[in-house]
Design a protein around this ligand. Structure first.
Ligand code: FAD
Ligand code: DLZ
Ligand code: SF4
Length: 508
């Protein structure tokens, strides 16, 4: 008798807790490609291809070590299509006296796993996911007794505990945060780093064909599939990023340019989230680049903050507040998702670019997600759950533990300020400042009303007026609410009516 060690599609790390203490002579590893996971939202084709290809490569690596891997392929005729039913079948194939699994990244999967012991009358050990800097229990301790959960304070504790960018008890450079130096516009003529191509091997080619066949109706194109699917490839991508893109990551973190989806970003989120890289090694590598004089502090601190700060913090918040968190809708937003989120067909140049990049690469960078598609959904009052389903489907790095707090909390302010101290609402002026989109747009970013006015302008003021009840008391919004107070009632109702007319004209 041995243990059945279950590895899920985002747990592809050799040092994953479920493999600790594995006895190759008696234990079996179970990996399952299941319809339920490929269909709980209509995932981008590249996301499905990435996960299935990486799973198959990981299984081969384990087998090469002499480990018995029971791998259920998606097109296996006996495949029942769910984790629970596949574990039941596996228990019939192996002599098993316990199941060992690492805690999953999604609440809905954890809820299913918790039923296994009773369903199968077999002990189930659910181990902590030790790949994170902070365990779930560590975050709960940090959050206990706090009225508000600001990322910055959590991040400082993580810096102290990890020792990253520390000099004794003080932050390197005398400051915890160099965010103010991370907001430059991309100069004209600046050449952004090009990216290495990972040619599909036989496994990936087979998966791409399977996905094209089985998920033809899903959003996205496979033509430019270029995600690392093995740990070796992910390590190459990390080294390329450190050499080519990290030095200016900080300066241009918020900048956008048409035709340049990647800018100086790392594209490492999919590799981190499925386990090909660990957050510790990525942060250590970035710190080493700083200590070697290869990259400046504003770049390295900014990059490490995203992983050690934001990534850990949103995970903590997710587990602290689920399952209620998913239903929050503090601003009572009820509009359906406009059809252009899927088709990309809109005269708004900024959104057209962001959605086209998403379709082509299953990627857009943080500011595109937050200040273009997210900002529009916030201003337009789109129902948070529809927006969350879209984000969960369309990005290669999307897993609910990280997607939900970013979308519902950060982009939509639907959690009433648990995550962010004010909504990230912006008019067209912000987009114009940080990008070159407005020059090629059918709308005029300088106009505030009338048929050619940039929709973000009208929607911005209408959003604040519409949500006065929820937001006017927020000290960080005092200035725009003073501007609204100075507008006469006719101006306010014209703004509201123009915004409503525009939104009513969008196809749902
Ligand atoms: P970089 O800009 O190079 O950043 C480095 C790393 O920092 C990323 O790889 C990522 O691991 C981490 N990181 C950066 N920002 C965040 C953040 N806000 N939260 C958590 N980790 C962060 N990230 C996901 O991994 N999965 C998601 O499903 C996801 N959904 C998002 C939805 C919305 C509405 C928004 C605003 C952000 C979302 N993010 C998500 C966060 C962030 O946009 C992506 O992590 C980032 O764009 C991935 O690209 P990159 O690897 O090039 O990141
Ligand atoms: C996202 C995804 C997809 C598309 N397919 C699979 C799969 O076939 N098998 C699997 O083990 N995992 C898959 N995943 C990732 C899971 O959804 C992920 O492990 C859960 O969301 C838990 O975090
Ligand atoms: Fe976007 Fe408005 Fe600029 Fe057009 S004018 S690109 S809609 S911000």
């Amino acid at each position: 008798m041995g243990a059945l060690r279950v590895i899920l599609g985002d747990q592809l790390s050799r040092d994953i807790a479920a493999l600790d203490g594995l006895d190759a002579a008696r234990d079996a590893v179970l990996m399952m490609e299941v319809a339920e996971e490929t269909a709980y939202v209509p995932h981008h084709k590249q996301k499905i291809a990435l996960i299935l290809s990486a799973m198959r490569h990981f299984a081969d690596d384990l087998r090469a070590e002499g480990i018995r891997v029971d791998y259920v392929a998606l097109d296996d005729p006996a495949n029942t299509g769910s984790f629970t039913a596949e574990v039941r079948r596996a228990l019939q194939r192996h002599r098993i006296d316990r199941i060992v699994v690492t805690e999953p990244g999604e609440w809905r999967v954890l809820a299913a796993l918790r039923d296994w012991a009773a369903l199968f009358d077999c002990p189930v050990e659910i181990r902590d996911d030790t790949r994170f800097f902070a365990s779930r229990a560590r975050f709960v301790r940090w959050a206990a007794g706090r009225k508000s959960f600001r990322m910055e304070y959590f991040y400082r504790e993580m810096r102290r505990e990890s020792g990253l960018l520390m000099q004794g008890d003080a932050p390197v450079g005398g400051q915890w945060n160099f965010d103010a130096q991370n907001r430059r516009r991309l100069p004209r003529g600046h050449i952004v780093p090009s990216r290495r191509r990972f040619s599909p091997d036989a496994i990936t080619a087979e998966v791409l064909a399977l996905v094209e066949r089985r998920f033809a109706g899903h959003f996205g194109s496979l033509a430019d599939f270029n995600w690392p699917v093995t740990r070796d490839q992910a390590q190459q991508a990390l080294e390329d990023f450190i050499t080519d893109a990290l030095p200016l990551f900080g300066d241009y973190q918020d900048a956008m340019r048409g035709g340049e989806p990647f800018m100086h970003h790392s594209l490492l989120a999919p590799s981190l989230n499925i386990g090909l890289l660990t957050p510790r090694e990525v942060c250590a590598r970035a710190e080493a680049a700083f200590r070697a004089g290869h990259a400046p502090l504003n770049a390295v601190e900014g990059f490490i903050r995203q992983i050690l700060g934001w990534r850990e913090y949103v995970r903590g918040l997710y587990w602290l507040r689920m399952p209620d968190y998913a239903a929050f809708n503090m601003l009572e937003a009820q509009r359906p998702l406009p059809a252009f989120y899927w088709s990309g067909e809109t005269p708004m140049a900024c959104l057209r670019h962001a959605i086209a990049d998403t379709h082509r690469h299953a990627y857009s960078h943080h500011i595109q997600r937050l200040m273009l598609t997210g900002n529009f959904a916030l201003l337009a009052g789109i129902r948070p759950q529809a927006v969350c389903d879209w984000y969960l489907a369309v990005y290669a790095d999307a897993f609910e533990w990280v997607e939900l707090p970013n979308t519902l909390g950060m982009a939509l302010f639907a959690d009433g300020g648990l995550l962010a101290s004010k909504p990230y609402a912006a008019s067209g002026a912000y987009i114009d400042r940080m990008s070159d989109f407005c020059g090629s747009c059918a709308y005029d970013v300088k106009q505030k009303s009338g048929p050619r006015a940039c929709p973000f302008n009208r929607l911005y003021w209408a959003f604040l007026i519409r949500n006065r009840r929820h937001l006017a008391g927020n000290p960080r919004l005092a200035m725009p609410y003073r501007q609204i107070a100075a507008m006469d009632a006719t101006r306010q109702s014209t703004l509201l009516r123009e915004a409503e007319d525009f939104l009513d004209g969008l196809e749902a």
